[in-house]
Design a protein around this ligand. Structure first.
Ligand SMILES: [Zn+2]
Length: 114
């Protein structure tokens, strides 16, 4: 259910930004969502319509820009991508010690207003 809280935060930012810039309407929101993020975009869209119904964000389109997961191997210090959505050992040395470099993020990148 954390999509509700996240969507409320996004709406709040978009409304504040729109009002500050004397916008008639917020038309588009560009969101970055990591491959490992647990945020479900359909849930965000669902809450978005509910939350923004009486606001300048009503009808704004949500664009999700998906970024791939990238891991750093802690043994050989090479970076590698996730393949087929599964956690795999390092393809260079077979190590399972890794840290996530990219892929867990979820944030608002930009907004279009009119
Ligand atoms: Zn490695």
């Amino acid at each position: 259910m954390h999509e509700l809280a996240i969507t409320e935060q996004i709406a709040e930012i978009a409304i504040r930004h729109g009002e500050k810039n004397h916008a008639q309407k917020v038309t588009d929101l560009y969101l970055v969502i990591g491959e490992l993020s647990t945020v479900i975009d359909d849930s965000v869209r669902f809450y978005w319509d509910l939350i923004t119904d009486q606001t300048i964000c009503k009808g704004a389109k949500l664009h999700f820009n998906r970024v791939p997961a990238i891991f750093l191997c802690l043994d050989c210090e090479k970076e590698y991508r996730l393949s087929e959505g599964d956690l795999t050992p390092c393809p260079h040395c077979g190590s399972t010690r890794m840290e996530v470099r990219q892929g867990k993020e979820f944030y608002l990148e930009s907004i279009n207003i009119t």
